[in-house]
Design a protein. Structure first.
Length: 475
């Protein structure tokens, strides 16, 4: 089977995949009336017919792509399958799972190599732990029989945008929203198209959203997921360090991004998991600047935010450093405040404490420091004080997507939650945006900082920048 798997896969054990599908069924059963979960085969069904649960889950995989195929996150999370046009069906009664796959495409394999198909039943079952593997063409008729044998059938499908290559759910929603101004744009998403097709074929079908349940599961990372994120964090850090070394006056922003992409690809990743941010000068002001078209000039800062798509998991790191390797006083003034804020936040995160408690406690300490600090400009002091009220210094979940699904706010932290710690401040009059970001996982004793080996101390950053960089070695 090994020759049929992508080099970008590190597979979760089949037992873990089975456990995920069972947990998903457990979560959904908790919201489906209990009296409908027992045998609900329609009264007209033949005697001895198999018993069905009240509901099904249908998950649709990614379509074929012109480049290296990357599965949608939800499908990979539940099956570890990297095959285009795959469907997963799960019976909520007992988590009985069926994978539907295309037959082997010999013409496609002649050009692109072998991949798993409906003809590899034993290999697919060993990989995924599913109960059955069926050809894709059987899906409509089989699904029809299974739905029509249920009384008041319910089908759960993920309705949130599917995350694929370079995709985050919030980013996809933003693109879809912008597309609404185009009168000729497609009127519905891939997810809504599937829901519409099922309703058209089975008018009595009650379609509900499976995304919140899968999101809830993805919010807590397993040991196997944490191991992948640890490596993604290591690659993120190595790329950032190499970008620091390669930074010189006259280098282009896109060259630092190329250095990072080399580190990621060499490390076995798909490349970047999102459009890297490499910004200098006033480009720093734009939070998700992506053009990377400017030349690095003396007296400027560099902001870099980049991470790999490593075996379907990523990380998130943000660092800033001076272009010429020496900190100007104003740069040190602002950056040192945020770097200290960063350390105070990290020191407080542990299980059982809330996001709000961490922010309040850290802000109180930073206020004491701020009151003892003399700033060179009133605007800088004002920016520092306003940063103490910003509610999103613990920024966003991280996992299969850099802006991952799930939520950690509003409840105590739990072991296995992964998120970014990213204190920031703004000086609007000067278009300055200062930040420092790491990705951490909550552990029994506190946190593990996946990207913490990359220095944030100004002197340590200066020492790194004095080392030879790839761009200069191979120029």
């Amino acid at each position: 089977m090994a020759e049929l798997l992508s080099i970008h896969q590190t597979l979760p054990p089949a037992a873990e995949l089975i456990a995920r599908r069972r947990q998903l069924c457990d979560l959904i059963r908790a919201v489906v009336p209990a009296n409908t979960m027992a045998s609900v085969t329609a009264s007209w069904a033949p005697a001895g017919n198999e018993k069905f649960g009240h509901s099904l889950i249908i998950v649709r995989g990614a379509p074929p792509s012109s480049g290296i195929f990357r599965q949608f996150n939800e499908m990979f999370y539940l099956t570890a399958l990297e095959v285009p046009n795959a469907y997963l069906e799960i019976d909520i009664l007992d988590a009985h799972s069926i994978i539907y796959l295309p037959h082997r495409n010999k013409a496609a394999e002649a050009g692109g190599g072998s991949r798993l198909s409906a003809d590899d039943t034993d290999a697919v079952r060993a990989l995924t732990g599913v109960d059955e593997v069926r050809p894709l063409e059987e899906l409509p008729a089989t699904l029809g029989r299974r739905i029509k044998r249920r009384l008041n059938p319910v089908v759960f499908i993920p309705l949130a945008p599917a995350e694929g290559r370079l995709g985050t759910r919030d980013g996809i929603l933003e693109i879809e929203t912008e597309a609404l101004v185009d009168p000729w744009a497609a009127s519905n998403s891939r997810e809504s198209a599937l829901a519409d097709a099922l309703r058209a074929t089975f008018p009595t079908l009650d379609i509900r959203d499976a995304s919140p349940f899968i999101d809830q599961m993805r919010a807590l990372k397993s040991p196997s997921e944490i191991a992948l994120m640890r490596e993604a964090g290591r690659l993120s850090g190595l790329a950032t360090l190499e970008a620091m070394r390669s930074t010189k006056v006259g280098v282009m922003e896109y060259e630092l991004a190329a250095v990072a992409d080399f580190i990621y690809t060499r490390g076995g990743a798909f490349g970047s998991s999102y459009e890297p941010i490499v910004a200098t000068g006033e480009n720093i002001w734009y939070g998700h600047y992506g053009a990377k078209s400017a030349e690095l000039c003396a007296g400027q800062l560099v902001l870099m935010d980049s991470a790999p798509d490593y075996r379907y998991y990523t990380s998130d790191i943000g660092r800033m450093w001076p272009v010429n390797g020496n900190w100007d006083p104003w740069q040190l003034e602002l950056y040192s405040f945020i770097a200290r804020y960063h350390k105070e936040l990290l020191a407080r995160i542990r299980p059982g404490i809330t996001n709000e408690e961490v922010l309040t406690s850290a802000a109180a300490t930073m206020l004491e420091i701020l009151n003892k600090t003399t700033f060179s400009k009133p605007a800088y002091e004002r920016a520092a004080r306003e940063s103490l009220d910003f509610p999103f210094h613990l920024s966003h979940p991280v996992g299969m997507s850099v802006h991952d699904v799930g939520e950690y706010r509003g409840a105590p932290f739990m072991v296995g939650q992964v998120f970014s710690v990213d204190p920031m401040l703004w000086v609007p009059d000067e278009h300055l945006y200062i930040r420092c970001e790491d990705t951490v996982v909550v552990t029994e004793s506190g946190i593990e900082n996946f990207t913490g080996f990359v220095p944030i101390d100004p002197d340590e950053i200066t020492a790194i920048m004095a080392q030879p960089g790839l761009l200069q070695i191979f120029s």
